[in-house]
Write a protein that binds this ligand. Sequence first.
Ligand code: COD
Length: 298
Amino acid sequence: MFKSLNDLQKLILQNKVKKKLALAVSQDGHSLDAVYNAYQAGIIDPILIGSKPETEAIIAAKGYDFSHATFIHEPDTEKSVQIAVKLVHDQKADILMKGKVATPTLLKGVLNKEWGLRTGRLLSHFALFEVNTYHKLIAVTDVAMNIAPNLKDKIDIVNNSVGYLNKMGISKPKVAVLGAIEMVNESMQATLDAALLSKMNQRDQIKNCIIDGPLAFDNAVSFESAKHKGIKSEVAGDTDLLLMPDIEVGNVLYKTLVFFAKAKVASVILGASAPIVLTSRSDSEESKYNSILLAAMA
Ligand code: COD
């Protein structure tokens, strides 16, 4: 199991992975920093789609050499998204990345029925955290795409994330389905869904992982806390993946980990025909770079 996001970087560099990355609405300093670092490391060949004069002005101010990159001038945001998504749709690029564009605008392009990146599966967001106070990397889903997933959506969200964790070499990731409490309460839908997901996993309806829930956040990530409450669980205290009840809880946890716990993070949208790097405007350059690595590995 990876203990740090640096381990991920080592693996990518060892395997000499090289992908074409389409940056939608490229006039964004933070995104260009991350893209440049990945380009310099030999991980990606960038295609920069957006306002060329604005993109070039940022590049010049930073002193970057993008002389071997491809530029496509398109000042309109929605058209720029369309060009970037189409490049991936047509397999002329391997990774789509969000630049200076609102998340829903990019996702609506991705979901376009004619030229989008649909596969028939649910798309979901997967974030991988390195938190100093936890003994291994921990994944969190879904904090950015599915707003209020129902049971069926949660099955797909788990399967997308488990598939990625399996690829990372974790053959049976431990999945904690979060609720406010660790008991089933018929008035709390998250606890009902959690119990059903656990049973479906026991019956092999959801494979390649060990699911337990409902678990409250403390017993999902702390053996002591679970022991104190008398919870017997293979997952408690050793979780690889936290399944969020909805986007609000997920997004608040993501930002709490980054801003208060100073956690490092990498994130990607899974389930589309290609990985999508969709970091938020407030994410650091390092987190955007790590997200490119995560997408390159997908
Ligand atoms: N996977 C696959 N198909 C999907 C998904 C998905 N996750 N979501 C919607 N679709 C399909 C539907 O089946 C339908 O065919 C079509 O897309 C439109 O569905 P709507 O009307 O429910 O979706 P939209 O277009 O109104 O919105 C989809 C978004 C992804 C834009 C929306 O869910 C959204 O805004 N999500 C939150 C994004 C966000 O603000 N994140 C901020 C956190 S940083």
